[in-house]
Structure formats: C-alpha cells, structure tokens
Design a protein around this ligand. Structure first.
Ligand code: ZN
Length: 494
C-alpha cells in the first residue's frame, strides 16, 4: 500500500537513483527529528504529495511546478498530538458575557482550532465530544484533526452527572450507564436496556469514536460521589476491547488509581495528587508510590495533566493574561473581556469561594497554598512516574474547567513546559506527544512520525526541540495534510 503511494508521486529520473517529484511540495535540506529515528537526519529532502510523505532522501529532484520550502537551519518534526482536550468548553467567557454579546463566543470558536495549530497541535483527542461541537470545530477552515471518545460514560449521581433531571436526561446524558444495584437513582425517562455498558460503547463507536471514557472520581476529597462499580468498569473494558476502542479512565487519587488498576484501562487520564493523610503535605506516601509502581508495571498509560492545577491557580492570580503568547490563543475581544472589571469581579468572587473552601478543609494558609501544594504533589508523582519508566502520554486537559488558566493551544505549550521543568527528557516529551499518543489511540498507521507513507502533519521549527523546550515557541510553519500554514497566519482575525 505504502509502496503504491510512493510510486504515484515519485518517478525515477532516467537510470539514476535520485528520486524526482513532479507535483506537490518539497521541503529541502532540513534536519528531521522523528521518534522512529535514533538520531536526527540532517540535510534531508522531504517530498509531500496528496497529503502524504512520499519520499525522504538526501537529494530529491523536483520539477518547476513543485512548491519548495527551504529547510536549511530548521527542524522538521511530526505534528503534535494532544490526547486530552475538551474543545467545546469555553475559556475566559462566562454565560452572562456570552448572553450580552454572542459575538464573543463566535470569535472564540473561530480562533480555537487555529490556536491549537499555532502551538503545533495538528491532532487532538476530545474525551467527551458533543456532535454540535465537532460540527463547528471541523467547519473552521484551518483546524487540527479531531479524534474523540464520543460522549463520556457516566453514572447517575457520579462526577459530571451529579444531578440528572428525568426530563433532560436523554439529551444531556446519552451515555448514562444503568447499574442494577443502584436502580433507585435511575431516571424513569430512560430505558435501562439502552444504557448498558455495551450499548453505550456501541454508540461511541457508531459516532466515530476512537476511545471510550469514564470517570472514577469520588469528589476530589471534598464530596462523596458514587463511582462505577467494578463490574461496570469490567463490562466497559470488554466492550471497548471488542470494538477496538482505547479505554480511558479519569482518576487522580490513590483510591481511584487502585480501582483503575483493577479495571485495566489503556489510559489513566490524570496525574496523581489526592491521597489520604494531612492535606498540606506534598511528599507522596507509601501507598501513592505503590500504586504508581503497579500502574507502571501494568503498562497502563498515564496523562500527567500538570496544567490542571494552573487553571485553579489562575482564579487567584491572572498574570497569564500578560503572556504574549495569549495573542495566538484568544481573540482581542475575548482578551479585552477577560481584563474587564466585570470579569475581574467574577474571578474575585470565585477566589473568595476558593478561600472559603480552603478554610472549610482546615487549610488556614489559604487557597493559594492549597493549590500550590496540589501542584507540588502532581509534580512529585510525575517524577516518580518518570523514575518508574511508566508509559506517559501527552494530554493537557484543555480546559480543565472554567476560567482563564488553560487557554486553547497555549495550555498545551505550558504543559510541555511543565514536563521539561519537572525533569522529563526532551526526547521523551516529543515521543509522548507524537508516536506514543498515536499508538495508544490506534492512529500510528497514519500519524506520529516523519515517515514515508504517513500523513504530512508536520512542524517546521527554527530551533531544535531536543536542545530546549523553548523550541516549541519557534514554530515557523505548521503542515496539516501536507498544506503549509505560516504560524503568523494563525493569529486571530480580530
Ligand atoms: Zn478532561
């Protein structure tokens, strides 16, 4: 198959062995950095045709019709994959602001897909996607590939479905799961037979999902929500395997990681930062170390999601608005709203709720100290995961909630930074954000490396990403399906 693709685009020129490209795009004299290679390949020509890489060689001849891009002094890497996003969740805008000015939401949505591209993310996996969200996202002229887990699987009263009104249950929770031993909570408007794990997983597959997601979340140490029963998780596991879908479980506490271990998901969708014992202690206890070792030994992938806590932090400290890279993430109108008195007043009100919450938990040093302690925890367990050689996947959980701390695209860039700052090797970071994500979600035939036959989703960088993490700020050109887009052209229309 790959061979046929090569022959379609490349003919041998006479009897010489120099390949020749007659149409398409040629990136010349570039250094290729790709996770399938042990070392960078310098001085390479990369031929692209019909959206695919058709040849990689030291010297590819090309006819005059071929578009040429000078790669000298630059680095060609695979487009990045962020395997944990929620593209329909809105950053920096609240319902009142949107009601008052619907143009704000329109401007936000027009930029969101472009923002991901501007930071190098050519593929995304949305872990809980509504069909209407997929529609507006994919209608944007320049957008990343959007893979998804369909609508996530939830149980009544559990995380994300704490309140299920019978009259809206069908629309809001299409993949609500019925558990016979908890029938008392079941909304009488839904037929239990339509809500078995098997039928929900079938709906995800029919919607074009590549994965299935559910939640083991008892309430962040503050609430006491039900979590799916072991037999429910086991049934989802079986159904996902039968349909060749990647099984993703939200879990961030020792208790939930243990439950996940028993359920054998393919991916745990968060790092570890909740454990029993004193709240203001960032030293992972023995039980945290033990579960990390077990997850690593079981080969279960983990998305550390270090930026999740920065979204909480931004409620109390909104200096992220001063990051010049925000200009790629959000349009001017949305940034102006985020800086307005109205938005600041809302954040102050939320900050007061956070302070009250910290006091209720007995943390006298305040909400900032509590959040920073959680930050220290997730970084400490991330380092343990690195030491244990756990299979890590790059996923930013953009955005992890309302607020301004996880802006589209930029949040992925900040997550890359967090990995590097915590000591992850730069080659591991690149792998986790490319081929490892592609393999974990069944996409590696097409994506994840710079190889002949694969889709030409690529980044041309002015700096070496194996030398410094700041190279990801030096993206010159983003290629999606072989189409080059200058990064500067991805600024908001404003
Ligand atoms: Zn998430």
């Amino acid at each position: 198959m790959k061979h046929a693709v090569i022959l379609a685009g490349i003919v041998l020129a006479g009897c010489a062995s120099t390949p020749s490209l007659t149409q398409g795009l040629l990136i010349e004299d570039v250094t290729i950095i790709s996770p399938d290679r042990d070392a960078p390949l310098e001085g390479a020509d990369v031929a692209i045709q019909d959206g695919r890489i058709v040849a990689i060689a030291n010297n590819i001849a090309a006819s005059p019709d071929v578009q040429r891009i000078d790669g000298r002094g630059r680095y060609l890497i695979p487009g990045l994959i962020d395997s944990h996003v929620h593209v329909g969740s809105v950053v920096a805008l609240d319902d009142d602001a949107i009601d008052a000015d619907p143009e704000l939401l329109a401007a936000y949505r027009a930029q969101t897909p472009r923002a991901y591209l501007a930071f190098g993310f050519t593929s995304l996996v949305d872990l809980d996607l509504r069909p209407q969200t997929q529609a507006w996202f994919e209608e944007t002229p320049d957008h990343p590939r959007l893979f998804h887990c369909g609508r996530a699987l939830r149980i009544p009263g559990g995380y994300g479905a704490q309140r299920v009104a019978p009259e809206t249950a069908a629309a809001r929770f299409p993949n609500l799961i019925y558990e016979p031993s908890r029938a008392a909570q079941w909304p009488n408007t839904l037929q239990p037979g339509d809500h078995t794990p098997e039928s929900a997983v079938a709906r995800v597959a029919d919607a074009g999902g590549v994965c299935v997601k559910t939640f083991i979340e008892s309430g962040f140490g503050m609430f006491d929500w039900p979590t799916p029963l072991p037999e429910t998780l086991a049934a989802i596991r079986t159904a996902a395997t039968e349909r060749d879908l990647t099984f993703v479980v939200h879990a961030n506490s020792v208790e939930s990681w243990r439950a996940a271990l028993a359920a054998r998901p393919d991916v745990i969708a968060h790092g570890l930062w909740h454990w029993p014992g004193p709240r203001m202690n960032a030293e992972p206890p023995a039980e945290a170390r033990a579960v990390i070792a077990e997850v690593a030994a079981a080969g279960i992938h983990v998305q550390p999601t270090l930026q999740v806590l920065r979204n909480d932090a931004a409620v109390l400290d909104w200096s992220i608005l001063d990051d010049p890279r925000m200009a790629f993430a959000l349009p001017n109108s949305v940034l102006a709203y985020a800086r307005s008195d109205q938005a600041q007043a809302l954040r102050r009100a939320t900050a007061e709720e956070y302070e009250a919450g910290a006091r209720a938990l007995g943390v006298d040093s305040g909400a900032t100290a509590l959040i920073e302690n959680a930050n220290d925890r997730v970084r400490a367990t991330f380092r343990l995961l690195l030491e244990a050689d756990a299979p890590l996947l790059f996923g930013s959980d953009t955005p992890s909630g309302e607020g301004i701390g996880n802006p589209p695209g930029l949040n992925g860039r900040l997550e890359l930074q967090q990995w590097a700052d915590a000591g992850a090797p730069l080659d591991l970071i690149l792998r986790a954000a490319t081929i490892d994500n592609a393999r974990a979600f069944g996409l590696s035939d097409e994506l994840g490396s710079v190889e002949v036959g694969k889709r030409a989703d690529l980044l041309l960088l002015a700096a070496n990403p194996l030398a410094s993490i700041e190279a990801y700020d030096a993206i010159d050109i983003v290629f999606v399906d072989g189409q080059p887009i200058e990064r500067e052209a991805l600024r908001p229309a404003n």
